[in-house]
Design a protein around this ligand. Structure first.
Ligand code: DCP
Ligand code: MG
Length: 405
């Protein structure tokens, strides 16, 4: 059976969610990320802003210079996570073999479902129109015989398109030959420079290059990898089990912070974001970690196991705060972060707790956390704030409050 891989990537994902949810933003340059007068970068921007040269990871102040008429929006991860979950639920209707790559991108192996669902192009069109109809978002799809080519194809399809790699091997090799070496999977800035300094600029140069010379340049293994890719060969299988080892979230303050209450407030927000991602990805965690970077850039991390596997915000908050409270603030804080690790799939969770009442408490915490996820997804990030015993924690004026008790 011929292998057929789709690579699907949502278009301008965070910005598209913002434009969908706020009609006044449609058709306008929208930049999601730090405000232009703050330290920080662009997470993404709408295609209307890309015309002006705005890109992901660009400092927001530079983005503003390039496109002063853009609307800047702060990221609202919960809404993006929620949309992502829905997108992945749609993928799962088409094939059991889905490999998530990031919040908005996946490989799908459709080799086995073609008889049932039609040609690869039909399947790709159906996925794209289902995403559009049910979620009001657009996705681009690349179709090919392997992961590497499918990913290249989806880049070519962007935005809002579908591109199928040619079937003919000679045509693929010609097509690849025209690409820059930097477009080969695994070639970063450093290896690109090495290749270019040796006169290898295009993929065609790799195709023609003396193999021994290439191995001398970048090692036998990497050379083999490059030669294979340059001829469109990629034997990687679709991996449905993701080995995501940790989930974390950190923030750099606009100005270094010395007051404990302010730091705690931020820590709690980060805990909830981590918890929400943990749940939306269907994991439980065993380890909690915090990270503090002082004003002189020295960084510490502290970690501890949870008493049992968890996926609720309350447990993450409790342990993160405990770890934080053990630390003396030896300098103003530049960055604070929270993470969880040692993740397991939730359905494999082994609640080997000794007492039923412990189990019941964990279930209750999880139920409330999920209820909060749903409310936030429906009403926005700030619609609900959990009760807090910490003085000075910011609470939106009209927010609902909730406690686990
Ligand atoms: N993202 C981010 N920081 C980056 C890159 C991306 O926070 N440096 C976030 C915002 C994006 C999302 O991840 O919306 C998905 O990343 P993509 O690279 O797929 O970019 P987009 O979906 O925004 O645009 P494209 O249409 O190019 O895929
Ligand atoms: Mg994308």
């Amino acid at each position: 059976m011929k292998k057929v891989v789709l690579h699907i990537d949502m278009d301008a994902f965070y910005a598209a969610v913002e434009q969908r949810d706020n009609p006044s933003l449609r058709g306008r340059p929208v930049i999601v990320g730090a405000p232009p007068d703050r330290r920080g970068v662009v997470a993404t921007c709408s295609y209307e802003a890309r015309i002006f040269g705005v890109r992901s990871a660009m400092p927001s102040c530079e983005a503003f210079q390039r496109c002063p008429q853009a609307v800047f929006v702060s990221p609202d991860m919960r809404r993006y996570q929620y949309a992502s979950e829905k997108v992945f639920e749609i993928f799962s209707r088409y094939s059991p073999t889905v490999e998530p790559l990031s919040i908005d991108e996946a490989f799908i192996d459709v080799s086995g479902v073609r008889r049932l669902l039609g040609s690869p192009r039909d399947i790709a069109c159906s996925i794209r129109s289902t995403i559009r109809d049910e979620l009001g978002l657009s996705a681009s799809v690349g179709i090919a015989g392997n992961k590497f080519l499918a990913k290249l194809a989806s880049e070519k399809a962007k935005p809002d398109g579908c591109f199928e790699m040619p079937d003919d091997r000679a045509e693929i090799i010609r097509w690849l030959g025209r690409l820059e070496v930097g477009e080969l999977w695994g070639v970063g800035r450093v290896s690109r420079k090495t290749l270019e300094n040796a006169g290898l600029h295009k993929v065609a140069d790799i195709q023609r290059c003396d193999r021994r010379k290439l191995a001398g340049l970048c090692g036998q293994r990497f050379a083999d990898h490059l030669v294979n890719l340059s001829f469109g060969i990629d034997a990687r299988e679709i991996e449905t089990v993701v080995a995501e080892k940790s989930i974390s979230k950190e923030t750099t303050f606009n100005r270094d912070v010395s007051d404990r209450a302010g730091l705690l407030a931020m820590l709690l927000n980060l805990c909830d974001e981590v918890g929400s991602r943990l749940r939306s990805q269907g994991y439980t965690a065993q380890l909690c970690r915090i990270k503090l970077r002082w004003s002189d850039f020295k960084t510490i991390t502290r970690q501890q196991h949870f008493p049992s596997e968890i996926c609720d915000d309350f447990s993450i908050r409790e342990l993160a705060v405990e770890l934080f409270n053990r630390e003396k603030l030896v300098a103003p804080v530049r960055l604070i972060g929270v993470g969880v690790a040692e993740l397991n799939n939730r359905h494999e969770q082994q609640q080997l707790l000794l007492f039923d009442d412990q189990k019941e408490e964990i279930r209750k915490r999880e139920r409330i956390s999920r209820a909060v996820d749903n409310i936030r997804a429906a009403l926005g990030d700030r619609a609900i704030a959990r009760g807090s015993c910490f003085a000075g924690q910011e609470q939106p004026g009209n927010a609902l409050r909730m406690d686990s008790q």
